[in-house]
Design a protein around this ligand. Sequence first.
Ligand SMILES: [Zn+2]
Length: 360
Amino acid sequence: MLDIDALTRLRDDFADSLGKVSTAADLQLLRDTVLGRKAGAITALYGTLGGLSTDRKREVGRALNELKAFVEAGLDARKTQLEAASAPMPSADLTLAPRPLPVGSRHPLNAMRERIERIFARMGYEILDGPETEDDWHNFEALNMPADHPARDTQDTLYLQQPFAQGTRATGDARSGVSLRPATLLRTHTSAMQIRYMERGAPPVRIIAPGRVYRRDNLDLTHTPMFQQVEALVVGEDVTMADLKGTLLGFAREFFDQRTPIMFKPSFFPYTEPSAEVFVGCQSCFGSGCSMCKRTGWIEIGGSGMVHPSVFEAVGIDPERYTGFAFGMGIERLALLAHRVDDIRAFYENDLRLLEQFAS
Ligand SMILES: [Zn+2]
Protein backbone atom coordinates (compact mmCIF):
# COMPACT_ATOMS: atom_id res chain seq x y z
CA MET A 1 0.00 0.00 0.00
CA LEU A 2 1.56 3.27 -1.05
CA ASP A 3 0.98 6.05 1.44
CA ILE A 4 2.79 9.00 2.97
CA ASP A 5 3.82 6.98 6.08
CA ALA A 6 5.63 4.45 3.89
CA LEU A 7 7.54 7.31 2.27
CA THR A 8 8.49 8.70 5.67
CA ARG A 9 9.82 5.26 6.76
CA LEU A 10 11.78 4.95 3.54
CA ARG A 11 13.25 8.40 4.12
CA ASP A 12 14.29 7.48 7.68
CA ASP A 13 15.80 4.13 6.62
CA PHE A 14 17.74 5.87 3.89
CA ALA A 15 19.11 8.50 6.32
CA ASP A 16 20.15 5.68 8.68
CA SER A 17 21.92 3.74 5.96
CA LEU A 18 23.59 6.85 4.60
CA GLY A 19 25.13 7.56 8.05
CA LYS A 20 26.75 4.10 8.05
CA VAL A 21 28.28 4.38 4.59
CA SER A 22 32.09 4.58 4.81
CA THR A 23 33.31 3.66 1.33
CA ALA A 24 32.50 4.65 -2.23
CA ALA A 25 31.38 1.06 -2.91
CA ASP A 26 28.91 1.17 -0.01
CA LEU A 27 27.60 4.44 -1.34
CA GLN A 28 27.06 3.03 -4.83
CA LEU A 29 25.24 0.05 -3.32
CA LEU A 30 22.94 2.37 -1.39
CA ARG A 31 22.27 4.43 -4.52
CA ASP A 32 21.34 1.26 -6.40
CA THR A 33 19.08 0.09 -3.59
CA VAL A 34 17.10 3.31 -3.57
CA LEU A 35 17.38 4.79 -7.05
CA GLY A 36 18.43 1.79 -9.21
CA ARG A 37 16.51 1.52 -12.48
CA LYS A 38 15.52 -2.09 -11.91
CA ALA A 39 15.44 -2.73 -8.15
CA GLY A 40 15.50 0.78 -6.65
CA ALA A 41 12.86 1.32 -3.97
CA ILE A 42 11.91 4.77 -5.23
CA THR A 43 11.93 3.65 -8.86
CA ALA A 44 9.48 0.88 -7.92
CA LEU A 45 7.20 3.37 -6.17
CA TYR A 46 7.03 5.53 -9.28
CA GLY A 47 5.77 2.39 -11.05
CA THR A 48 2.77 2.11 -8.73
CA LEU A 49 1.51 5.67 -9.35
CA GLY A 50 -0.48 4.51 -12.36
CA GLY A 51 -3.02 2.67 -10.22
CA LEU A 52 -3.96 5.75 -8.20
CA SER A 53 -6.76 8.23 -8.66
CA THR A 54 -5.80 11.52 -10.24
CA ASP A 55 -5.87 13.48 -6.96
CA ARG A 56 -3.95 10.79 -5.11
CA LYS A 57 -1.48 10.52 -7.92
CA ARG A 58 -0.71 14.26 -7.65
CA GLU A 59 -0.32 14.12 -3.84
CA VAL A 60 1.85 11.00 -3.71
CA GLY A 61 3.79 12.06 -6.80
CA ARG A 62 4.79 15.32 -5.17
CA ALA A 63 5.88 13.47 -1.99
CA LEU A 64 7.87 10.99 -4.09
CA ASN A 65 9.62 13.82 -5.94
CA GLU A 66 10.58 15.45 -2.67
CA LEU A 67 11.89 12.13 -1.33
CA LYS A 68 13.90 11.55 -4.48
CA ALA A 69 15.44 15.02 -4.26
CA PHE A 70 16.29 14.43 -0.57
CA VAL A 71 17.96 11.10 -1.41
CA GLU A 72 19.95 12.49 -4.29
CA ALA A 73 21.17 15.45 -2.24
CA GLY A 74 22.20 13.10 0.62
CA LEU A 75 24.06 10.77 -1.74
CA ASP A 76 25.89 13.66 -3.40
CA ALA A 77 26.91 15.29 -0.09
CA ARG A 78 28.22 11.95 1.25
CA LYS A 79 30.16 11.39 -1.97
CA THR A 80 31.89 14.74 -1.58
CA GLN A 81 32.77 13.93 2.07
CA LEU A 82 34.25 10.54 1.17
CA GLU A 83 36.32 12.01 -1.64
CA ALA A 84 37.71 14.73 0.62
CA ALA A 85 38.68 12.17 3.28
CA SER A 86 40.50 9.93 0.83
CA ALA A 87 42.30 12.73 -0.99
CA PRO A 88 46.11 12.43 -0.71
CA MET A 89 47.86 14.72 1.84
CA PRO A 90 49.59 17.69 0.22
CA SER A 91 53.19 16.68 -0.36
CA ALA A 92 56.09 18.26 1.60
CA ASP A 93 57.47 21.52 0.26
CA LEU A 94 61.14 20.70 -0.14
CA THR A 95 62.02 24.30 -0.97
CA LEU A 96 61.09 25.54 2.53
CA ALA A 97 64.04 26.64 4.68
CA PRO A 98 64.59 24.22 7.62
CA ARG A 99 63.44 25.31 11.03
CA PRO A 100 66.58 26.59 12.82
CA LEU A 101 67.92 24.30 15.54
CA PRO A 102 68.46 26.01 18.88
CA VAL A 103 72.18 26.46 19.45
CA GLY A 104 73.98 27.72 22.52
CA SER A 105 75.68 31.06 22.94
CA ARG A 106 78.33 32.44 25.24
CA HIS A 107 77.16 33.08 28.77
CA PRO A 108 77.02 36.88 29.19
CA LEU A 109 79.59 36.77 32.00
CA ASN A 110 82.02 34.67 29.97
CA ALA A 111 81.50 36.97 27.00
CA MET A 112 82.15 39.93 29.28
CA ARG A 113 85.33 38.39 30.69
CA GLU A 114 86.63 37.68 27.20
CA ARG A 115 85.86 41.21 26.10
CA ILE A 116 87.86 42.59 29.03
CA GLU A 117 90.67 40.15 28.31
CA ARG A 118 90.82 41.27 24.68
CA ILE A 119 91.13 44.91 25.67
CA PHE A 120 94.06 44.19 28.00
CA ALA A 121 95.65 41.74 25.59
CA ARG A 122 95.81 44.56 23.04
CA MET A 123 97.56 46.66 25.66
CA GLY A 124 100.19 43.95 25.97
CA TYR A 125 99.02 42.21 29.13
CA GLU A 126 99.54 38.53 29.81
CA ILE A 127 96.39 36.71 30.94
CA LEU A 128 96.84 34.42 33.94
CA ASP A 129 94.79 31.60 35.34
CA GLY A 130 95.22 30.24 38.83
CA PRO A 131 93.80 28.02 41.58
CA GLU A 132 90.45 28.86 43.14
CA THR A 133 91.49 27.21 46.39
CA GLU A 134 94.26 29.14 48.03
CA ASP A 135 96.41 29.06 51.09
CA ASP A 136 96.61 31.74 53.70
CA TRP A 137 99.93 33.06 52.42
CA HIS A 138 98.86 33.84 48.88
CA ASN A 139 95.38 35.08 49.74
CA PHE A 140 96.25 37.19 52.81
CA GLU A 141 99.68 37.12 54.36
CA ALA A 142 101.76 38.14 51.36
CA LEU A 143 99.19 40.81 50.52
CA ASN A 144 100.04 42.67 53.70
CA MET A 145 97.18 41.14 55.67
CA PRO A 146 98.77 39.39 58.66
CA ALA A 147 96.73 37.09 60.90
CA ASP A 148 95.24 39.86 63.02
CA HIS A 149 94.42 42.18 60.14
CA PRO A 150 90.84 43.45 60.25
CA ALA A 151 90.43 42.95 56.50
CA ARG A 152 90.73 39.21 57.12
CA ASP A 153 87.31 39.00 58.66
CA THR A 154 86.59 35.28 58.79
CA GLN A 155 82.94 36.17 58.38
CA ASP A 156 83.76 36.90 54.75
CA THR A 157 86.00 33.95 54.00
CA LEU A 158 84.93 30.45 53.07
CA TYR A 159 87.47 28.12 54.69
CA LEU A 160 87.89 24.60 53.46
CA GLN A 161 90.24 23.91 56.34
CA GLN A 162 90.63 26.17 59.34
CA PRO A 163 94.14 27.33 60.17
CA PHE A 164 94.02 25.61 63.56
CA ALA A 165 93.14 22.04 64.46
CA GLN A 166 89.81 21.75 66.19
CA GLY A 167 90.92 19.79 69.26
CA THR A 168 94.07 19.73 71.40
CA ARG A 169 96.11 16.68 72.14
CA ALA A 170 96.56 15.86 75.80
CA THR A 171 100.26 16.45 76.27
CA GLY A 172 102.18 18.10 79.04
CA ASP A 173 102.76 21.30 77.19
CA ALA A 174 99.55 23.22 76.54
CA ARG A 175 101.06 25.04 73.56
CA SER A 176 102.16 21.92 71.76
CA GLY A 177 98.60 20.67 72.01
CA VAL A 178 97.58 23.11 69.30
CA SER A 179 98.73 21.72 66.00
CA LEU A 180 99.08 24.43 63.41
CA ARG A 181 98.26 23.50 59.88
CA PRO A 182 97.95 25.70 56.80
CA ALA A 183 94.55 27.19 56.13
CA THR A 184 92.89 26.26 52.87
CA LEU A 185 90.24 28.58 51.61
CA LEU A 186 88.31 29.63 48.56
CA ARG A 187 90.14 32.68 47.32
CA THR A 188 88.41 35.91 48.30
CA HIS A 189 90.05 37.87 45.49
CA THR A 190 92.19 37.22 42.45
CA SER A 191 95.03 39.20 44.04
CA ALA A 192 96.44 35.88 45.15
CA MET A 193 97.47 35.33 41.54
CA GLN A 194 99.64 38.43 41.65
CA ILE A 195 101.64 36.95 44.50
CA ARG A 196 102.03 33.64 42.68
CA TYR A 197 103.25 35.43 39.56
CA MET A 198 105.72 37.72 41.34
CA GLU A 199 107.17 34.77 43.27
CA ARG A 200 108.20 33.24 39.94
CA GLY A 201 110.63 35.88 38.90
CA ALA A 202 111.86 39.45 38.63
CA PRO A 203 109.95 42.31 36.99
CA PRO A 204 108.83 43.57 34.55
CA VAL A 205 105.30 42.35 35.25
CA ARG A 206 102.27 43.13 33.16
CA ILE A 207 99.43 40.72 33.86
CA ILE A 208 95.71 40.44 34.34
CA ALA A 209 94.20 37.66 36.42
CA PRO A 210 90.51 37.04 35.75
CA GLY A 211 88.60 34.40 37.69
CA ARG A 212 86.03 33.33 40.22
CA VAL A 213 86.26 34.45 43.81
CA TYR A 214 84.18 33.53 46.85
CA ARG A 215 82.76 35.40 49.82
CA ARG A 216 80.22 34.58 52.44
CA ASP A 217 77.65 36.94 50.96
CA ASN A 218 73.96 36.31 50.76
CA LEU A 219 72.35 36.47 47.35
CA ASP A 220 70.73 39.81 46.66
CA LEU A 221 70.48 42.41 43.91
CA THR A 222 74.19 43.18 43.94
CA HIS A 223 75.84 40.23 45.74
CA THR A 224 76.47 36.59 45.02
CA PRO A 225 78.63 34.26 47.13
CA MET A 226 80.65 33.52 44.01
CA PHE A 227 81.53 36.21 41.52
CA GLN A 228 84.25 37.05 39.05
CA GLN A 229 87.01 39.57 39.27
CA VAL A 230 89.70 40.71 36.97
CA GLU A 231 92.84 42.13 38.49
CA ALA A 232 95.77 43.78 36.84
CA LEU A 233 99.32 44.17 38.05
CA VAL A 234 102.11 46.15 36.44
CA VAL A 235 105.57 46.27 38.01
CA GLY A 236 108.65 48.00 36.64
CA GLU A 237 111.33 50.51 37.40
CA ASP A 238 109.40 53.70 36.71
CA VAL A 239 105.77 52.76 37.12
CA THR A 240 103.75 55.62 38.57
CA MET A 241 100.22 56.53 39.51
CA ALA A 242 99.98 58.38 36.18
CA ASP A 243 100.45 55.03 34.42
CA LEU A 244 97.65 53.60 36.52
CA LYS A 245 95.35 56.43 35.61
CA GLY A 246 96.25 56.30 31.93
CA THR A 247 95.65 52.54 31.83
CA LEU A 248 92.27 52.76 33.53
CA LEU A 249 91.23 55.67 31.33
CA GLY A 250 92.25 53.70 28.26
CA PHE A 251 90.27 50.71 29.45
CA ALA A 252 87.17 52.72 30.35
CA ARG A 253 87.14 54.43 26.97
CA GLU A 254 87.58 51.15 25.15
CA PHE A 255 85.00 49.38 27.26
CA PHE A 256 82.32 52.05 27.53
CA ASP A 257 82.69 55.03 25.29
CA GLN A 258 85.52 57.19 23.96
CA ARG A 259 84.35 60.19 26.03
CA THR A 260 84.00 58.30 29.32
CA PRO A 261 85.69 60.18 32.17
CA ILE A 262 87.21 58.42 35.17
CA MET A 263 87.70 59.62 38.72
CA PHE A 264 89.87 58.43 41.59
CA LYS A 265 88.59 58.64 45.13
CA PRO A 266 91.13 58.07 47.92
CA SER A 267 90.53 54.78 49.70
CA PHE A 268 92.31 52.11 51.68
CA PHE A 269 93.43 48.63 50.74
CA PRO A 270 96.10 46.72 52.69
CA TYR A 271 98.09 45.81 49.58
CA THR A 272 98.27 49.23 47.90
CA GLU A 273 99.53 52.62 49.04
CA PRO A 274 98.17 55.05 48.06
CA SER A 275 94.84 53.42 47.23
CA ALA A 276 91.89 54.71 45.27
CA GLU A 277 88.44 53.62 44.27
CA VAL A 278 87.86 53.95 40.53
CA PHE A 279 84.74 55.61 39.17
CA VAL A 280 83.57 56.06 35.60
CA GLY A 281 81.06 58.61 34.36
CA CYS A 282 77.53 57.18 34.58
CA GLN A 283 76.57 55.71 31.22
CA SER A 284 72.88 56.26 31.85
CA CYS A 285 72.82 59.98 32.60
CA PHE A 286 76.27 61.08 31.39
CA GLY A 287 76.94 62.84 34.65
CA SER A 288 73.70 64.66 35.29
CA GLY A 289 72.59 62.21 37.98
CA CYS A 290 70.11 59.32 37.87
CA SER A 291 68.98 56.38 39.96
CA MET A 292 71.75 54.10 38.63
CA CYS A 293 74.49 56.39 39.92
CA LYS A 294 72.54 57.46 43.01
CA ARG A 295 72.40 61.02 41.63
CA THR A 296 76.19 61.38 41.70
CA GLY A 297 76.92 61.03 38.00
CA TRP A 298 79.65 58.47 38.84
CA ILE A 299 79.67 54.68 39.02
CA GLU A 300 82.30 52.76 40.95
CA ILE A 301 83.93 49.99 38.94
CA GLY A 302 86.72 48.83 41.24
CA GLY A 303 89.68 49.49 43.47
CA SER A 304 93.26 50.40 42.61
CA GLY A 305 96.52 51.71 43.95
CA MET A 306 100.31 51.56 43.95
CA VAL A 307 101.66 48.21 45.17
CA HIS A 308 102.53 48.39 48.88
CA PRO A 309 106.26 47.92 49.58
CA SER A 310 105.39 45.11 52.04
CA VAL A 311 103.90 43.10 49.18
CA PHE A 312 107.14 43.45 47.20
CA GLU A 313 109.15 42.39 50.22
CA ALA A 314 106.93 39.32 50.70
CA VAL A 315 107.76 38.09 47.20
CA GLY A 316 111.41 39.11 47.16
CA ILE A 317 111.19 42.15 44.90
CA ASP A 318 113.25 45.18 45.90
CA PRO A 319 110.78 48.00 46.71
CA GLU A 320 113.60 50.55 46.45
CA ARG A 321 114.14 49.64 42.82
CA TYR A 322 110.67 48.68 41.60
CA THR A 323 107.24 50.23 41.78
CA GLY A 324 103.95 48.96 40.47
CA PHE A 325 100.26 49.51 40.26
CA ALA A 326 97.34 47.13 40.66
CA PHE A 327 93.64 47.36 40.17
CA GLY A 328 90.67 45.02 40.38
CA MET A 329 87.18 45.12 38.98
CA GLY A 330 84.09 42.96 39.33
CA ILE A 331 83.12 41.32 36.06
CA GLU A 332 79.46 41.03 37.11
CA ARG A 333 79.44 44.70 37.94
CA LEU A 334 80.80 45.60 34.53
CA ALA A 335 78.24 43.28 32.94
CA LEU A 336 75.42 44.94 34.88
CA LEU A 337 76.60 48.31 33.66
CA ALA A 338 77.19 47.24 30.08
CA HIS A 339 73.84 45.46 29.75
CA ARG A 340 71.97 47.94 31.96
CA VAL A 341 70.65 45.16 34.15
CA ASP A 342 69.93 45.96 37.79
CA ASP A 343 69.81 42.47 39.32
CA ILE A 344 73.00 40.40 39.41
CA ARG A 345 70.96 37.22 39.92
CA ALA A 346 69.80 37.46 36.31
CA PHE A 347 73.22 36.11 35.32
CA TYR A 348 73.05 33.07 37.57
CA GLU A 349 69.47 31.84 37.34
CA ASN A 350 70.10 30.27 33.93
CA ASP A 351 66.81 31.39 32.47
CA LEU A 352 67.55 30.90 28.77
CA ARG A 353 64.90 33.41 27.73
CA LEU A 354 66.89 36.03 29.56
CA LEU A 355 70.41 34.83 28.79
CA GLU A 356 69.65 34.69 25.06
CA GLN A 357 69.06 38.42 25.08
CA PHE A 358 72.73 38.93 25.89
CA ALA A 359 73.95 36.43 23.32
CA SER A 360 76.92 37.67 21.41
ZN1 LIG B 1 73.56 58.36 36.35
